[in-house]
Design a protein around this ligand. Structure first.
Ligand SMILES: [Zn+2]
Length: 321
């Protein structure tokens, strides 16, 4: 009964989004073409960012109707990408309170996984927050780069690894409530679906779709230098400039990204992390962070680079302490 109901919900959601995408397709014809990718469907990647950052999602603020819509879309795309769920529902609910608000709020992470071939009991956790700032003073903050870009990349990676089974198990998590509190990541690390000691790495994606200098940062190697050689190999053939840094204590707080996104919850639990992201841009946390401003070539290349990095970690992690 549950299964068939889920199936019907999926069908209804799928048809709703198909209608929305038809309208979007007409508008998209004026945008520059995306480069193809030998690793994933680049068109689909962009369509996912467009859907997540559309007005229908109203800025995906935690606890709002737009946030719920975004979460349903993520769950649908996780399923379509071949991920398995630990329970009947992929949702992990939690409550949290924001610094200046009195009432508790409810958020929900979306969790799926692929079982590893060789080391099924060792887990890499690939994460991206799907929430954003919602509506302020009547303006929608669509958050295309922050962080529809990282969320859509989860689907591309999930589909790739469903077809090319990894050695380690990979858990994919779309976090809620990163903006403001980081409550979703804290909830996951305090109540993971697997033994916390089996989580060997967090790869966190937050803002990966635009940079005028073609630069993507991999932060975290200062704390976890053993992860650097695998990344250096990826860098040698990457189509973006993969840079290290933004992770040392000598930097001013805003430039040290160690505590700037969800990977901090893993770092605090002594789980190594690599965070992929770009420098802030003029539309950062502004209502103009829109789909149209994404650098389509850079974004596709950034996701390819991140996918190659996860492949490299999967191939090399068993050799690490
Ligand atoms: Zn973000």
């Amino acid at each position: 009964m549950k299964l068939s109901l889920n199936f019907i919900i999926c069908l209804v959601l799928a048809s709703q989004f198909a209608l929305g995408q038809q309208a979007a397709q007409e508008q998209r014809q004026s945008l520059p073409a995306a480069p193809g990718s030998r690793l994933f469907k680049a068109e689909q990647l962009l369509r996912d960012v467009e859907t997540l950052s559309s007005a229908a999602m109203a800025g995906r603020k935690t606890g709002t109707a737009g946030g719920v819509k975004a979460r349903e879309y993520v769950a649908l795309r996780f399923k379509q990408s071949g991920l398995k769920f630990y329970a009947a529902s992929p949702l992990q609910f939690f409550t949290f309170s924001e610094p200046n608000a009195s009432a508790e709020q409810q958020g929900a992470n979306v969790i799926g996984y692929i079982k590893g071939r060789t080391f099924p009991r060792r887990h890499i956790v690939v994460t991206a927050h799907y929430d954003h700032l919602g509506v302020r003073n009547g303006e929608i903050y669509n958050g295309a780069d922050d962080n529809a870009s990282g969320t859509a990349a989860l689907f591309a990676l999930a589909e790739y690894f469903s077809k090319h089974r990894p050695a380690h198990s990979i858990i994919f998590v779309a976090f809620d409530a990163e903006e403001g509190s980081g409550g979703g990541a804290r909830k996951f690390v305090s109540e993971p679906p697997v033994d916390i000691r089996s989580i060997v790495l967090n790869v966190n994606l937050d803002m990966i779709s635009r940079n005028d200098r073609n630069e993507l940062y991999a932060a975290g190697t200062y704390h976890y230098p053993s992860l650097k050689p695998a990344l250096e190999k990826v860098r040698a053939s990457a189509t973006v400039k993969l840079l290290f840094g933004h992770d040392t204590p000598d930097l001013p707080p805003a430039q040290n990204w160690t505590g700037q996104s969800d990977h901090i919850a893993f770092h605090r639990a002594k789980i190594p992390f690599i965070y992929f992201g770009v420098e802030d841009h003029k539309d950062y946390h502004k209502p103009t962070d829109d789909f149209e401003s994404i650098n389509r070539v850079f974004y596709v290349h950034a996701v390819e680079t991140i996918l190659e990095a996860v492949k490299a970690f999967d191939a090399n992690l068993s050799a690490l302490p």
